[in-house]
Design a protein around this ligand. Sequence first.
Ligand code: SF4
Length: 824
Amino acid sequence: MPTYKIRGIDVDFPFEAYDCQLVYMEKVIQSLQNKCNALLESPTGTGKTLCLLCATLAWRKSLGPFSTGANSQTASSQPHEKLSQSGGSKPPTIVYASRTHSQLRQVIQELKRTSYRPKMVILGSREQLCIHEEVSLLRGSAQNNACRYLCKKGRKRHCKHYSGVADYVKDNPQLGEEPIDIEDLAKIGRSSGRCPYYISRELNKVVDILFAPYNYLIDRGNRKSLGLEWNNSILIFDEAHNLESLCADAASFDLPSGTLTACISEAKKCIDLCVGRREKSNDKTLNPDNFAILKALLLKLEKRIAEVPIKSKELGYTMPGPYIYELLADLNITQETSSKLVDTIEDASQLLQEEDPDKTKGVGCRLESISDILKIIFRDKQNAHASFYRVHVQEAEANATDVLKGKASRTFSWWCFNPGIAMQEFYGMGVGSIILTSGTLSPMDSFAQELKIDFPVRLENPHVISSNQIWAGVVPAGPSGYSLNSSYRNRDSLEYKQELGNAIVNIARIVPDGLLVFFPSYYLLDQCIGCWKNKTHENSSTIWERICKHKKPVVEPRQSSVFPAAIEDYRAKLKDTTASGAVFFAVCRGKVSEGLDFSDHAGRAVVITGMPFTTLNDPKIRLKREYLDLQAQSKRQGFQALKLSVLTGEDWYNQQASRAVNQAVGRVIRHRHDYGAIIFCDERFVHPNRQSQISLWIQPHIKSYSKFGDVVFTLTRFFREEVICGRTKLKLIKSEDTVLVSLQKLLYMEEANASFRRIRGPSPAMEDLSSIGCGHHGGGRQLLEQCSGELEVVFSCSSSIPVPDMELLTGENARAFQVFVLNL
Ligand code: SF4
């Protein structure tokens, strides 16, 4: 395992590192050494996570040994001479956050590939970890409450898995010394009989590195419950491209009238239950008056919201953020009374669950949304945060039931327009460095300005691929020369839709295997596909039929519940040998554009059909723009003197759209041996300003083509040359114990210690290639030297390397093999 000296730190890296990986690790260490924040973009496939782990853990190790069973309990009391570097007397805890548990699972796989073994833990929810027979069947707040109830001292019923967790962790000091993911943690809990949820909570007090999904850290309540020592810690947000909107959403709320009505019913039910208990068994633990007060307050709130004067449905009703305190004070809800209400809601939730446990299994107690709202509103005693907010009431289309009841459906919202408040809180808690990283952070300016903290260390890394692995071009006009422009003015014109369709027919013909086509919105996706299915001439085929001649189509569904089936369908159509691949019609910001991997043949080209601007009529977008414009106005003078830029509503709006484009184009070219085309089918991408917001690694490759014929010519040549010379072609024909591949992959697979047997193909005319030594490791090179043209071979791994076991492979071989396995 090579070791690199980076800024004086020895970093063990599992492979020979590429230049861009060394640069990335240097930036990580720079930020840690200087105790400052970093914004690091590195395209997917550049080994970002591995670099991040190796650099951070190498730096951490340089401050003193990792916690082990022997020293983990006492680590905090043993100062280390180098700790002054980190600014504390105790080595800092590294908190590594990613969006989802499946992403964290991949991070832990990467940790296993390093030589570092810090003491670690991964945090999960009760939903994932509870092993109690009954409580594990509950969901959401009902589950949390039930668990809390069973863990309280002095209860008649208690959870047997809870007691003894602390002793179990103490008696098993080796826990967390080997990387474990959430499933491993659950297994440990089941085999020991101790609660895995609380084991992880106990372990997090003594670990060097902790893994958690974002919401555990961004949500204030969750964060507090972790009981972490934040001072001097290192906070890493991986896949951080949506962090600003997640932070803003976590600090905002929407209260639809339907939810409020359900809350009122629950409060009423609590009164009845409470009175019933008193009458039946003289149980006076709970006071029905408290629930009556709660119900009265909610009724008043409902009335106030219904009375708000809404002059225009489109604009709704907007007031400055601090107005919320005025409105609530009228209902006698203040900082002081709100905590009493929160307690009453907790009692209500408990009461409802005890009376009807089955009902709370699904949605849980609706009243708890009121408690969450109160916690957001009264988060700070000074209420200073309210200036970043707007109160908004929007009237929705009334449905039949609402009309019958004489009530219009309204949503009462308090929207936060400063996502920086969450980041500033970390800063306030003394966090040493905050590192945000992703494959697509650019445009970075709006990101940094939105989060309102300084990022002195920044990086926009190039890709590890070479220039012949990417074709990137702007196609401003289609085959008949009509402009491609999906702007509001143009998008409904028949000529535009037909021209775009004809361009896609051509692209589908040229691009091998998988093609992804992204639309700016579902509206445009529906409009275009609808138009393409129409016959223009009686005897001619439709545009849709012409596309389907080349590729089997799949359309991204709106409902997320059917999305997995659509993905399955796409994968199946890719394997279908009766067509030359499949095409996925999807939308920017949709599920296909976020986080899915379309490596190798699954995504050979991505087409962007326009700028995915969010709708200007959306009140949240309109108010956000106004908020930023107001801020920019007040800052402008001072910033101009300092030559700093200010973020206007328009800048933000544009950059949001560009980031969504970058996210979508990041679906192809997923590793260093991958290749593909990025095709911008909208004339607005010709503009240098627009191109400057595309991820930096793509920019040098972008060419604008004034003639569609040139697009056809260069794109055809690109794929033809890649097919002949490329190192990464893996044409999957059949997936069983053995796999049929095209010749071009052989050299590459040879590195993976594979053996080959030819079954069909041109010269040399021999049926058994063992005569030229191709039946064993190393056969790939000889086969390539001896044969010309396409042929098919059976590929199989030698018995010492079973197919799923990648651990045995190291260095380049491991990468090569992994690519292959992904294609299965
Ligand atoms: S202590 Fe653990 S096992 Fe027991 S109810 Fe709570 S989460 Fe479930």
